[in-house]
Design a protein around this ligand. Structure first.
Ligand SMILES: Nc1ncnc2c1ncn2[C@@H]1O[C@H](COP(=O)(O)OP(=O)(O)OP(=O)(O)O)[C@@H](O)[C@H]1O
Ligand SMILES: [Mg+2]
Length: 166
């Protein structure tokens, strides 16, 4: 499987990467537009954030939310499990037309069964939803097979190795 590897040297760089990817996905960048099409009409766009503890998944998510035009800064949802951000007119840049909800989930302390009882099937069947799920690996049996996967690792002196699986 092809992948794209990026090294970030600070949390700021990780946020920037998240912001850039969000824009590419939301503003119909070609590879992602094709991927969206392949998802079929009634599927959410799902991104699984995996890898080591404290390696930057939430930090990346903060940049991603910014890229979607969300004004609030997502906090780690570990204790909340899931947060839904509306991408309504006041929260959304005009160029971003495809998605209505940004959903941030942290699966660190939950199982697939828990996620299902939180309404996963419904969330994932809405094409208006874009979902980032930290520790998605833990519930991968219920993720769409073609979910985008991003793996985070610690590097030397505060750097992070971020691998986007294509
Ligand atoms: N290059 C970097 N990229 C991202 N975060 C960095 C980087 N360098 C330092 N940091 C710091 O590392 C921490 C990363 O924490 P973050 O909560 O984003 O990780 P996480 O993968 O979500 O953790 P968890 O596994 O607990 O969910 C933050 O405090 C951030 O400021
Ligand atoms: Mg986190």
């Amino acid at each position: 499987m092809a992948s794209l590897e990026i090294i970030t040297k600070s949390d700021k760089e990780t946020k920037k990467l998240g912001e850039k990817l969000a824009k590419e996905i939301a503003i119909s960048h070609k590879p992602y537009a094709a991927r969206r099409k392949a998802y079929g009409l009634r599927r959410a766009f799902v991104i699984s954030l995996d890898g080591e503890l404290g390696a930057g998944k939430t930090t990346f998510t903060q940049g991603f939310a910014k890229g979607l035009g969300i004004k609030e800064t997502p906090k780690s949802p570990t204790f909340v499990i899931m947060r839904i951000y509306k991408l309504n007119k006041s929260n959304r840049s005009d160029k971003i037309v495809e998605f209505e909800n940004f959903i941030h989930i942290d699966a660190y302390r939950i199982t697939s069964k828990d996620l299902k009882s939180l309404g996963w099937n419904e969330l994932v069947s809405g094409q208006q939803n874009i979902i980032l799920i930290e520790w998605g690996d833990r519930v991968k049996n219920i993720l769409p097979k073609n979910a985008l996967r991003i793996i985070f690792k610690h590097g030397h002196s505060g750097s992070r190795l971020i691998k986007i699986m294509q």
